[in-house]
Design a protein around this ligand. Structure first.
Ligand SMILES: Cc1ncc(COP(=O)(O)O)c(C=O)c1O
Length: 105
């Protein structure tokens, strides 16, 4: 059962730090976009100083994430992909449709 949190910022910090901690100190790879709310890249930058290698996907002319860039960035050791599914600029369809078929659980 999810535990309610005080804010989106707290939730993002906990999720990213938790995913990194679950690695048990091993070097892990995570992927996000360069188009996230600041509460995502800031914790990632802290994690980069520890054991996390982070790939920031760049937007293309069609939207925040090119699905082919994401496919190429995935590795066997990728621990987490965190990309917002909707936002107030492109809505939800633009992002979800482009990433369809890439959900890996
Ligand atoms: C995707 C996303 N994450 C986090 C936040 C930050 O949420 P909060 O202001 O509750 O910390 C926002 C706020 O707009 C958001 O859009």
């Amino acid at each position: 059962m999810p535990t309610p949190r005080a804010s989106g910022t707290e939730s993002n910090n906990l999720a990213l730090a938790g995913a990194a901690d679950a690695s048990g100190g091993d070097k892990v790879h995570m992927i996000t976009s360069a188009f996230e709310h600041p509460s995502v890249p800031e914790p990632y930058r802290r994690l980069q100083r520890r054991t996390v290698e982070v790939k920031f996907l760049r937007p293309d002319s069609a939207g925040p994430v090119d699905p082919d860039d994401l496919r190429c960035a995935l590795r066997p050791g990728t621990r987490l992909v965190s990309i917002m599914a909707a936002n107030n600029v492109v809505g939800k369809d633009g992002l979800q449709v482009r990433l369809e078929g890439l959900w890996i659980g």
